[in-house]
Design a protein around this ligand. Structure first.
Ligand code: HEC
Length: 261
């Protein structure tokens, strides 16, 4: 007989159930209470960062036809025009103005949001020469390239992990490949999307309480399907083969990691 006879003595299933339940409840209660109260600032900060970041992508998407217009030289899509639209989209999605002074924006979020606006504008500024050239349709400025360039500079400055990811079936750029945690969340979100069309961000405390992770799902709208929809396999304007995505399908997500102070 091995060295753990005590385990075998309590083989009654009632004991095992009671023991398991107390372990589960003991583990669950402080965790769920902690989740709800302690990390409010970090949760809201990561949510607002993800939405602001995605709002920039949305604004680029809203102007995609203008950007691609071959008949026009000066498009008038300047960093300031972009910023006005960015602020409007953000406010519409969150109910919070970026210039809010009523405490709706957590203190730790303020400098991060300001910097993300600046970096977003810088990306648009960098594309002014190509987008104002007439006669060329694809200028390289699409939601994804805007996202990659903006997030890279923002993350270098802040040290905060901010990126766009996609499920395997829609993954175009390997640099946007989800990690293990993100893969699991994307799976769960895709199932939710097909049943309820839910679009709430998912968040967890990981790393023994040191890191808050948030994943904001992105669902395909009609505008996305020009490139990600049908006919599957046929190249879009950027040269990638279309994936055959459907409206409302989970096409990707914004992923944020924030250290918990
Ligand atoms: C003009 C074509 C075009 C449109 C419109 C477009 N995308 Fe993309 N998308 C791309 C390209 C090209 C990439 C890959 C860019 C790269 O190489 O990094 C991409 C990448 C992505 C990524 C990053 C993950 C990956 O696959 O590399 C996500 C997420 C994404 N697109 C979602 C969307 C959503 C949601 C919409 C609509 C709001 C949309 N896209 C609209 C062309 C497009």
């Amino acid at each position: 007989m091995p060295h753990y006879p005590s385990l075998f003595r309590f083989r009654s299933s009632r004991f095992i159930v009671v023991a398991m339940l107390s372990i589960m409840i003991g583990a669950a209660i402080p965790f769920s209470l902690g989740r709800a109260q302690d990390h409010e600032q970090e949760r809201e900060t990561s949510r607002l960062l993800a939405i602001l970041f995605d709002s920039g992508r949305v604004v680029v998407g809203m102007n995609q036809e203008l950007i691609n217009d071959v008949s026009k030289g000066d498009k008038g899509f300047t960093p300031d025009v972009f910023e006005t639209q960015l602020r409007a989209v953000f406010e519409q999605r969150t109910g919070i103005s970026l210039s809010d002074s009523n405490g709706k924006i957590p203190a730790i979020a303020r400098p991060l949001l300001d910097r993300l606006v600046d970096e977003s504008k810088r990306t648009i500024a960098g594309y002014q020469t190509p987008i104002n050239i007439p006669g060329i349709r694809y200028k390289g400025l699409i939601p994804a390239t805007f996202g990659t360039e903006t997030a890279a500079r923002f993350s270098t400055w802040s040290g905060i992990y901010l990126r766009q990811i996609a499920p395997e079936r829609f993954l175009r750029n390997k640099k946007n490949q989800p990690d293990k945690y993100e893969t699991d969340v994307l799976k769960a979100l895709a199932e939710q999307a097909s049943t309820s069309g839910e679009s709430r961000p998912n968040w967890d405390v990981t790393d023994s309480g040191k890191t808050l992770r948030l994943v904001l799902p992105l669902y395909y709208s009609k505008a996305c399907l020009d490139c990600h929809g049908e006919p599957k396999g046929v190249r879009d304007i950027s040269g990638y083969p279309r994936e055959g995505g459907k409206e409302g399908e989970l096409g990707g997500a914004i992923s944020v990691k924030l250290p918990i102070k």
